[in-house]
Design a binder for this molecule. Structure first.
Ligand code: DP6
Length: 360
């Protein structure tokens, strides 16, 4: 693949110093990305809802060096404290993006970051964190290449975020984004995410996502390891084909607003993701007993009330409870009365569909 469209050369004077602050949200996949090939390219296309409340705020302070350095020079503060254990990830990110962001070694950076969601809540901070950093860097690049169009800026931001963490590329825009080339999605690409190109039905407007924190412990298997286990996985090809078909189906559902069909595909995708984990070699399980109890309760509630509430899962034990805005009051009652008991320390986060990264 030729990604030369994302290469820039330094043509104008580099700004001496400054500060850029932005926020970028997390996102929740409806059709899951699970399996990748080098470098950070997905085996199948995925679709997600961008979130609103769960986000990272990142400030990038930059100061131009007198002499060009041979190494990256950055300090990292997380919630006001130095965070040396995050540094290798940022170092690896800088190495990956260096050929596209030629000014990196010209600066000393101080990166200050904080999340709205509790630390170690089991909510992946890599999507919001990497997209926020990519967004700040591209705002700096914009000062150097002021002629860049808004569309090119968004595409390159997503392109860089992807190199930090695959799912991060879907957080730059909202409310629905697609990452991965797919014949039914105009403009889609393996290299960056795009906004869902068709009009999303009003049934999905302000769609709610209440995240039940079932287990806040460290995951036994990271996403990176999980993705790798799809190499040589006995069901890999069937899974990638299924995801490709599911994108076509979900596309029509998002346009038509058919909520029963939405429930069917979203829950099936969540369980298929975990089925892939259970059938990897070595196999593993990230759901906990309370994850299953919550799923049972949601199914019972739906049967009794006819509600359109459903669940999805990411690579962990937490449950994302998805429901239309019109049902907000009823479903929140159900959650507090019947589901909170399964949450660790009764914790849950109320979120909804959102619109992506922005400057503060
Ligand atoms: C289950 O984007 O966290 O949440 O590319 O290795 O950083 P890396 O993985 P990551 O994987 C996300 C997996 C998922 C599904 C999804 O978000 O599509």
């Amino acid at each position: 693949m030729d990604y030369s469209e994302f290469s820039t050369s330094i043509v104008s004077e580099l700004p001496k110093e400054g500060l850029i602050t932005c926020t970028s949200p997390s996102n929740i996949a409806l059709i899951k990305y699970w399996g990748k090939r080098p470098v950070q390219l997905p085996e199948n296309a995925s679709i997600s809802f961008t979130l609103d409340h769960c986000k990272t705020t990142t400030s990038l302070r930059y100061k131009k060096k007198e002499v060009l350095a041979t190494t990256f020079d950055f300090e990292l503060l997380f919630e006001g404290q130095p965070k040396p254990d995050f540094k290798p990830k940022i170092q690896a990110f800088f190495e990956r993006i260096e050929s596209y962001v030629p000014f990196l070694k010209h600066y000393t950076f101080t990166i200050e970051t904080s999340n709205t969601f509790p630390h170690s809540s089991g909510i992946a901070s890599s999507a919001s964190g990497m997209s926020a950093l990519a967004y700040c860097l591209m705002q700096l690049e914009k000062k150097i290449t002021p002629d860049i169009t808004d569309n090119d800026l968004l595409r390159k931001t997503s392109f860089l975020a992807r190199l930090g963490s695959g799912s991060a590329c879907r957080s730059i825009e909202g409310p629905v984004t697609v990452w991965g080339e797919h014949p039914d999605v105009t403009g889609s690409s393996d290299a960056f995410a795009v906004k869902f190109p068709d009009t999303v039905h009003q049934n999905f407007e302000h769609y709610q996502d209440t995240i039940l924190l079932i287990d806040k412990g460290e995951k036994q298997v990271s996403s990176t390891v999980g993705h790798n286990l799809m190499h040589g996985h006995p069901f890999a090809h069937q899974r990638f084909d299924q995801a490709t078909k599911n994108i076509s189906t979900l596309k029509e559902i998002l346009i038509s607003g058919d909520l029963d069909a939405f429930i069917g595909i979203v829950e099936s995708e969540a369980l298929t993701l975990h089925a892939m984990m259970m059938t990897s070699m070595p196999y593993f399980i990230l759901m906990k007993p309370h994850t299953l109890s919550v799923i049972q309760k949601i199914w019972e509630y739906r049967k009794i009330t006819g509600s359109k509430v459903c669940f999805t899962l990411d690579a962990g034990a937490n449950v994302h409870v998805l429901y239309p805005n019109q049902e907000k009051e009823k479903v929140l009652n159900f959650i507090t009365n019947e589901l909170v008991a399964y949450c660790q320390n009764g914790q849950y986060i109320c979120d909804k569909i959102g619109f992506g990264a922005k400057i503060v």
